[in-house]
Design a protein around this ligand. Structure first.
Ligand code: 9RB
Ligand code: ZN
Length: 374
């Protein structure tokens, strides 16, 4: 079993700076470190090294994505704007006014997209059996025409379009467990029946107006986008039920040739932005389930691409839980507060959560009735 791993020191150099406003027009507030600070990811990279887990992984070299790679997904205007702002002495913003980057940020965004290419390429060439790409900046909110929500480019979109151009890649499923809706990934593949996107997220969190049950894809892609907008407060019980009732039947119906996980850790119990209570053990259990599905459906071909997650304290533990599970090793890292946090009375599935999941399960059933494109 070879588990690939991507991390580049420069991912920690992506500068989001200080935030001195609460929104677009609010009164200035005492400047605070931007929520998407490097620490949650640099500390995960650090724990992968310090625990010795790195010795069980194949670290992949990263080349920056090219303009051509970006333009398979994004408009020329979006790329030109990022290039222009990246040249400014103090950098710029990816497009929504919430997603700052520093001088030279283009290079780091290109390295992030290149990291997604590296892990997908290694998987398709059979150099790895599965893998984890710890990338920054994230990608799942980036739309074809603009960056958004701390994302500059669609790392997954760029890697998949690149892969589809260089080899005969069949059906691909993207399972997004970041607490926010994977609106960008969904938009890139909205009309594509060969790419199934499934997003589990907190209902109406960010973007507040996307990710509802009735967004199902369009044209030839109708039915190949599935959203599971879970109620705030959902924990391990609700997430595992969603995996049993939605992700499992949808993937069995779709029979992907490769599975990608858009892996954010902001549904964790210690996150500043999400209001969910998933624990490291919950992420481990979801990883096991998606690995079993990959074994059953596509020779184990599975890679996770990092997205959000804003707890410098807890993201490293969630990340190690996922990566050590992928690698089939025990890193020896003791999961912080797992006993307490996984036994909270709010963790087991609640009726109102089950009701939402049942509605999403109907979408997976519909997919099973539709059959799959060749
Ligand atoms: C809005 C603001 C947000 C909120 C959440 C994210 C999530 C990123 C992520 C990004 C930006 C502010 C709408 C501040 O982790 N994705 O996976 N911005 N929220 N001001 N205003 C008006
Ligand atoms: Zn997120």
């Amino acid at each position: 079993m070879v588990t690939g791993y991507v991390w580049h020191e420069k991912y920690g150099w992506h500068e989001t700076g200080l935030q001195n406003t609460l929104g677009t027009s609010g009164h200035p507030a005492h400047p605070l470190q931007h929520l998407d600070s490097p620490e949650s990811k640099t500390r995960l990279a650090s724990l992968v090294e310090a625990s010795g887990l790195i010795d069980h992984l194949l670290r992949l070299p990263v080349e920056p994505a090219t303009d051509e790679d970006v333009l398979r997904v994004h408009t020329a205007e979006h790329l030109a704007r990022i290039k222009h702002e990246s040249l400014q002495p103090k950098g710029g913003d990816a497009g929504d006014g919430l997603s700052p980057f520093g001088h030279g940020g283009l290079e780091i965004a290109m390295l992030a997209a290149g990291g997604a290419k590296a892990i997908v390429g290694a998987l398709l060439e059979g150099r790895i059996d599965n893998g984890y790409a710890l990338l920054r900046p994230a990608g799942h909110h980036a739309r074809p025409s603009t960056g958004m929500g701390y994302c500059i480019f669609s790392n997954i979109g760029i890697a998949l379009r690149w892969a589809r151009e260089r080899c005969a890649l069949g059906r691909v499923a993207v399972v997004d467990w970041d607490v926010h809706h994977g609106n960008g990934t969904q938009e890139v593949f909205y009309e594509d029946p060969m790419t199934l996107t499934i997003s589990l997220h907190q209902d109406s969190l960010f973007p507040w107006d996307s990710g509802s049950l009735d967004e199902r894809g369009s044209g030839a892609g109708l039915g190949y986008a599935i959203n599971v907008p879970l109620p705030a407060g959902s924990g391990n019980g609700a997430y595992l039920e969603a995996f049993r009732r939605v992700v499992t039947p949808a993937l069995r119906a779709f029979r992907p040739d490769m599975i990608l996980v858009a892996s954010g850790f902001d549904a964790s119990i210690n996150d500043a932005l999400g209001r969910m209570i998933v624990t490291a053990g919950g992420y481990r259990a979801m990883t096991r389930m998606v690995m079993e599905l990959a074994d059953e459906l596509c020779g184990g071909r599975l890679v996770a691409i990092h997205e959000g997650g804003y707890s410098p304290l807890y993201v490293p533990f969630c990340g190690v839980a996922v990566i050590e599970t992928l690698a089939g090793v025990d890193s020896g890292v003791e999961m912080l507060f797992e006993e307490v946090w996984s036994n909270l009375p709010d963790q087991p599935l609640k009726d109102h959560q089950a009701q939402l999941i049942a509605k999403a399960a109907a979408l997976a059933d519909a997919l099973a009735e539709m059959g799959v494109p060749a």
